[in-house]
Design a protein. Structure first.
Length: 328
């Protein structure tokens, strides 16, 4: 038997969390095993999510961020891959909260669910293959408020399209497209690529959506441009509309608009709000964090950590909920 995850990516084995969640149970990290013969086709259609929980030092609370939205998209991805999961999105939200508590996570933490055709031995498997689900946790370091900016390029690789490998499905296979673009960009000395679709319009980064700011309007490629239906993108649009009084547009974006934009930023669960300093050596604004980008980043940071009382429907207090339930 091969052991998955004796060590956590990026961390020594001693720092691995105590448990992961596997098919309905909390399993000690080192005992979560699958047979080596299961590798290969079973993961070809695997779908996943990247979800974050933010620690509030002031409140001694961990806030699960947009858990319900992520697990709804996870369910959509599984449906599009013709998986039949045994768990509802609500059950997986609860399982994630249980896992965070079991691992006593008291720092910024990634929650990573993965679903795969657990019994598949070739690519033509359908609903008859069991859907395995694993959820893991890992610490992360937030870039919010760090002042970090990235240098981007337009990739020579075209973003996959809805009728090829749909970007709407958050499946592992789509990330081959992202990976080729990211490898090329970093080998060429950039931090991040921006991919165009087959019509030459701007889509997104390899693992994040994108906003440009022109004349005070926050513009993002439409959901039919060839992008993942990003949950952070929705939050940013709502913040602009509800809190910041900033007009927004969801529309087709031309490549050359990147070169004359006043501000550009990536957004996503991993990217959070990441300002772009230059695209293809065209400097964006002053090359630092643009004024609107800075406002969005600060608001996002306040909301995810619960310093801003609004948007409580997107925050799930992990420990308070459990304490309140235990007191009943
Ligand atoms: N596009 C891609 C390809 C991604 O991998 C991600 C990260 N999940 C995003 C966009 C941003 O999506 P979200 O805001 O839901 O994390």
């Amino acid at each position: 038997m091969a052991t998955i995850g004796d060590s956590m990516p990026g961390a020594p084995a001693s720092e691995a969390p105590k448990y992961l969640w596997m098919d309905g149970e909390l399993v000690p990290w080192g005992q979560a095993t699958i047979h080596a013969s299961r590798l290969g086709w079973s993961t070809m259609g695997a779908v996943f999510e990247g979800i974050k929980a933010y620690w509030s030092e002031a409140e001694g609370e961990l806030y699960g961020w947009q858990f319900a939205e992520h697990y709804r998209r996870f369910a959509d991805s599984m449906r599009l891959q013709r998986m039949r999961p045994a768990f509802t999105p609500e059950q997986l939200v609860a399982a994630s909260a249980d896992l965070l508590r079991a691992n006593d996570c008291r720092e910024d933490t990634y929650v990573r669910p993965l679903a795969w055709h657990a019994d598949a031995t070739w690519f033509g498997h359908l609903e008859d293959s069991r859907t395995g689900i694993v959820i893991t946790t890992a610490p992360f370091t937030s870039v919010l408020g760090s002042g970090k900016v990235v240098r981007a390029c337009v990739s020579s690789w075209t973003r996959v399209g809805d009728n090829q490998l749909s970007p709407r499905i958050k499946c592992i296979s789509n990330y081959q497209n992202s990976r080729m673009a990211l490898l090329e960009a970093t080998l060429d000395g950039y931090d991040q690529p921006i991919l165009l679709n087959s019509a030459g319009r701007v889509t997104e980064g390899p693992a994040s959506c994108l906003f440009i700011v022109r004349d005070g309007v926050a513009i993002t490629p439409s959901l039919t441009s060839g992008v993942l239906e990003s949950i952070t993108r929705t939050a940013v649009l709502r913040f602009c509309h509800d809190e910041l009084g900033v007009p927004t547009q969801e529309r087709e974006v031309d490549r050359t608009e990147l070169y004359i934009a006043d501000e550009i930023f990536f957004c996503g669960t991993g990217a959070e709000i990441t300002p772009v300093a230059a695209v293809d050596h065209y400097r964006v604004g002053t090359g630092g964090v643009g004024p609107l980008t800075g406002r969005i980043e600060r608001l996002f940071h306040d909301v995810v950590r619960g310093r801003h009382a609004g948007y409580a429907f997107w925050r799930r207090p992990i420990y308070t909920t459990a304490r309140a339930r235990a007191a009943l």
